[in-house]
Design a protein. Structure first.
Length: 244
């Protein structure tokens, strides 16, 4: 039985290289504990380290976390301001730990709405971690899949208008190369915490054949064992890619 479980859980057996997570439930986590919303978001940010460490332990090579969507800018200004403060604190306090553990940080999204100070912190963090190769941590911030697809379409249209490529050369591979992170493979597994069962404008192009996994736990509650259960569940599945 022990050998069976070990085989079931092994990344070699599953060949799982990329996990994406919709980190949902900070508000409900705080509400269920009668805490201010900011403490729910803080617990969510703190949990990034927990899950990142678990991903390293389980030999996951790519971890994409949906931290702040393009639609989240519509939230109350006070909440958005608090989230920007938490972003800056994460960049100030946790990057040294990423460097030490060999984590390469990437940030995907439309960052023009962020303050210049935050954009500088992001650029600095990306530069400091660019040579790391234990894990690629891709934070989707001010991200929307539709805006990413439109951005790719504009790049390709411009290349066609400049005669850099021909229309007949446009294919799935070319399109993927014009997305935010063309060097990251498509996710093997997409996890959403917080019990909701929707995609919420996340990686719509990349998850065409990604396995989906929804859990009741709020994001601050999702821990090492939660990730382990998700991987075990993934390892039981057969990925057919449209075949029998």
């Amino acid at each position: 039985m022990a050998n069976f479980f070990k085989k079931l859980f092994s990344n070699e057996s599953a060949k799982i290289s990329h996990i994406a997570i919709i980190m949902d439930g900070n508000y409900r986590y705080a509400k269920s504990r009668s805490l201010p919303l900011i403490l729910g978001h803080k617990a969510g940010v703190d949990n990034i380290k927990v899950v990142t460490n678990a991903a390293i332990e389980f030999n996951i090579k790519y971890l994409t976390l949906y931290a702040f969507s393009s639609e989240n800018w519509q939230r109350p200004k006070e909440e958005v301001d608090d989230l920007m403060i938490l972003l800056d604190r994460y960049l100030d306090n946790d990057i040294s730990d990423l460097v030490k553990k060999g984590v390469k940080l990437l940030v995907s999204g439309d960052l023009e709405k962020l303050s210049e100070s935050s954009r500088m912190k992001i650029r600095d963090a990306i530069e400091k971690t660019k040579n790391n190769n234990t894990l690629v941590l891709n934070i989707a911030f001010s991200y929307g899949a539709r805006q990413e697809i439109i951005s790719a379409v504009k790049k390709i249209a411009l290349a066609v208008s400049n005669n850099s490529i021909k229309i007949d050369e446009i294919n799935e591979e070319l399109f993927s190369k014009n997305l935010y992170q063309p060097d990251i493979p498509d996710p093997c597994l997409l996890i959403r915490t917080g019990f909701d069962t929707r995609i919420s404008n996340f990686l719509l192009w990349q998850i065409a054949y990604t396995e989906l996994y929804f859990v009741k736990e709020f994001w601050p509650e999702f821990n090492r064992n939660s990730l382990k259960k998700a991987i075990v569940n993934f390892n039981k599945r057969t990925r057919k890619y449209g075949k029998r």
